[in-house]
Design a protein around this ligand. Structure first.
Ligand SMILES: Cc1cc2nc3c(=O)[nH]c(=O)nc-3n(C[C@H](O)[C@H](O)[C@H](O)COP(=O)(O)OP(=O)(O)OC[C@H]3O[C@@H](n4cnc5c(N)ncnc54)[C@H](O)[C@@H]3O)c2cc1C
Length: 474
């Protein structure tokens, strides 16, 4: 695709200031925050030429029209919590931050729906749903993420086993196209067979097909009760072998997280708190929810029985909300605990039956290359998180930097992705492709699929101004 982009000059910035009432940042100190997302690797970071902070959907449309007229590349940004370097600007381009578009447009409990501006954070969305006595189940780990970003990455999280990803909750969108034209897609209806699914096309499009300004999301009645089980096993294989029996028990768990005790030790040190299970080398953390306590305790009994049949060493029930929070925090802070030593984080997603084989392959790579690749994840939906560590990890303590890790990184990454593809997996289950994984997209999906994606991109963004260089090369 031939792009015709250029950097903004002083006259351009003046026009942008006129549109936004002066909300344009150009000072180096102000731009720094917009030069990266939460991906640990700094190699993709780049300062934008300017940051535009529109205060309304109309201003977004006018700014994009300005970019289209002048060929200036524009990268939308929500909370900047992404893990694929997808909201990092293209060289010479501007960032369009949605942070000021953070209002609730309409709360509609009768239709179990809420319409919000794209810059509303997940944290605020949860509060708004709670105030309605309702619930927004998808929960990617960082509540600073914005609703537009959740849609643009089709975010997932641990509760996808029972509730699915953002895809399942997306009802409607307002999108600004590369021309500046505004589309209203979907609505509050649960069914729609009226033409192409343009709204679904925006899911996971990472700002490359349009800028999302408003989102209508489905909500659910709030679960009346929740329980967390921690179930330990002799080793990871036994824990994984137990998952099919758990899913066949008739209970649909909210989440089933796979955790190796050796990896958890890192979070235990970080938080100075102990994981409740003391026996074995791996645990499943099972979260159950339901209309009331009796229902959830019934589910817990069936799950415990299924896991005991599969060789569980101990089954611990965290009854109080405080205890549940403590356990969840240890799982949630695993990423933070490993982050100082992390060079890259992967989010491969596999058919469930292939998880054990892939994890065994990860351990083989650790032994073959003398590195640590701590792995945990969402055991019941096949989405694993593997960290490539620059340092050794011994008993949960981060050790010295390993010589030669830089040379090993692309080798190990390539081997992990090739193994995932051979097992029918994808290289991203929830974080997206961004810049970090684009070199591997074609090997994973095949040339014809990527060419079709490019054709869609050309049709919707013929000049290539929308977030160029993400998902694939321009
Ligand atoms: C500690 C931690 C835990 C996490 N856990 C999870 C998890 O469990 N599951 C999961 O899925 N993710 C997880 N993430 C990743 C991240 O939170 C998600 O990818 C989230 O959806 C990104 O939202 P954001 O608003 O921060 O997007 P950004 O990082 O700002 O942008 C991400 C992409 O979306 C595009 N974009 C943003 N806003 C718009 C818009 N309005 N219109 C069009 N395109 C837009 C950007 O251009 C970019 O391509 C985690 C991140 C962290 C730091």
């Amino acid at each position: 695709m031939k792009t015709t982009t250029r950097a903004p000059d002083a006259g351009w910035l003046e026009q942008a200031r006129r549109i936004t009432g002066g909300q344009v940042l150009t000072a180096a100190d102000d731009l720094q925050k917009y030069s990266h997302d939460e991906l640990a690797t700094p190699q993709y970071n780049a300062l934008p030429a300017a940051v535009l902070k529109p205060g309304s959907e109309q201003e977004v449309a006018e700014l994009v029209a300005l970019c289209a007229r002048t060929g200036v590349p524009v990268t939308p940004r929500g909370g900047g919590t992404g893990l694929a370097a997808a909201c990092v600007p293209a060289p010479g381009g501007v960032v369009l931050s949605l942070e000021q578009l953070d209002h609730v447009v309409e709360a509609d409990p009768d239709n179990l729906a809420i319409t919000v501006q794209a810059g509303l954070t997940l944290n605020r969305l949860n509060q708004e749903a709670e105030a309605l006595g309702l619930y927004f189940p998808p929960h990617p780990g960082d509540e600073g993420a914005c609703v537009g970003g959740l849609v643009a990455t089709n975010a997932g999280g641990a509760r996808a086993v029972k509730y699915g990803t953002i895809r399942r909750f997306l009802l409607g969108l307002q999108v600004v196209l590369a021309s500046g034209q505004v589309l209203e897609l979907g609505g509050k209806r649960l069914k729609n067979s009226t033409g192409y699914g343009l709204q679904e096309l925006m899911l996971g499009s990472e700002g490359t097909l349009g800028i999302i300004t408003r989102v209508t999301l489905a909500l659910l009645p709030k679960a009346g009760s929740m329980q967390t089980l921690v179930v330990s096993f002799a080793d990871l294989d036994r824990a994984l072998d137990a998952v099919p029996g758990l899913l066949a028990s008739g209970v649909v768990p909210c989440a089933v997280e796979l955790l190796e005790h050796g990896v958890l030790a890192c979070a235990e040190r970080h938080l100075n708190r102990r994981w409740p299970a003391t026996r074995g080398r791996a645990s499943l953390m099972v979260i159950l929810d339901g209309p009331d306590e009796e229902d959830v305790l019934g589910q817990a009994e069936r799950v415990s029985a299924a896991l005991e049949r599969a060789g569980a060493l101990e089954v611990l029930l965290a009854e109080s909300p405080a205890r549940q929070r403590e356990i969840l925090e240890l799982r949630s802070l695993l990423y933070e605990a490993l982050r100082p030593a992390t060079a890259e984080l992967y989010d491969i997603c596999l058919p469930r039956s292939q998880i054990a084989g892939h994890v065994a392959f990860v351990h083989e790579l650790e032994a073959r290359h003398g590195i640590s690749l701590p792995t945990y994840g969402h055991a019941a939906d096949g989405n694993l998180h593997t960290h490539f560590l620059r340092c050794a990890l011994v008993d949960g303590a981060i050790g010295e930097e390993l010589p030669g890790w830089r040379e090993l990184l692309p080798v190990v990454r390539g081997e992990l992705y090739a193994d995932a593809a051979a097992r029918g997996g994808v290289i991203s289950g929830e974080h997206g492709i961004g810049q970090a994984k684009k070199a591997y997209l074609e090997a994973n999906l095949g040339k014809a699929v990527v060419e079709t994606m490019r054709a869609v991109k050309r049709a919707l963004d013929p000049q290539g101004i929308l977030n160029p260089g993400k998902i694939f090369e321009p």
